[in-house]
Write a protein of this length. Structure first.
Length: 166
């Protein structure tokens, strides 16, 4: 069923453009050019976030931070093994998924920590990654309150997940 959805959507778009008397090819080319321009503007931001995430993991800084954060998480009623996911999720979804896999491999998929890691990963956003991309695309230079507010909302989400996942 899914194999014909994309061709069907493209056909509907082309027919709709023809019905509205739009030069569909020129509109497509204009959109492709704007997309490539946006990509060129966002590439440095994307590369820096991905590099920072890789550096955190590969240098061992992430593991040290997770170990240091584990007692505070336990005090909040959260398994300390979730610290890696909590730290990585704002930066990178794929790195956080890697941490979820590590938690499942070491603790078992049915453990509370693994389930909580899954909920955190599935119910939260990569705040810093998404924020940097959107701010870069929109040309926003001063997002003074946006990132702290998003991180506070993320923390509330983590705490709510901890309260709900048993």
């Amino acid at each position: 069923m899914a194999s014909f959805l994309l061709p069907a959507m493209l056909t509907v778009c082309v027919l709709g453009g023809l019905h509205a008397r739009v030069d569909v090819y020129q509109a497509f080319m204009r959109g492709a050019k704007e997309g490539l321009t946006t990509l060129a503007e966002l590439l440095p931001v994307l590369a820096s976030i991905l590099m920072a995430t890789a550096l955190l993991r590969e240098t061992g800084v992430l593991a040290a931070l997770a170990d240091a954060m584990a007692p505070a998480m336990r005090a909040l009623g959260l398994p300390g093994e979730c610290a890696g996911v909590v730290l990585l999720r704002p930066f990178s979804g794929s790195a956080a998924l890697g941490a979820v896999k590590d938690a499942m491999d070491t603790l078992g998929a049915d453990s509370r920590a693994a389930r909580l890691c899954c909920v955190i990963c599935g119910a939260s956003e990569t705040v810093l990654f998404t924020g940097s991309l959107y701010f870069g695309a929109a040309g926003i230079k001063k997002g003074r309150y946006a990132i702290p507010a998003a991180l506070a909302a993320y923390l509330c989400g983590v705490l709510a997940a901890g309260a709900l996942v048993q």
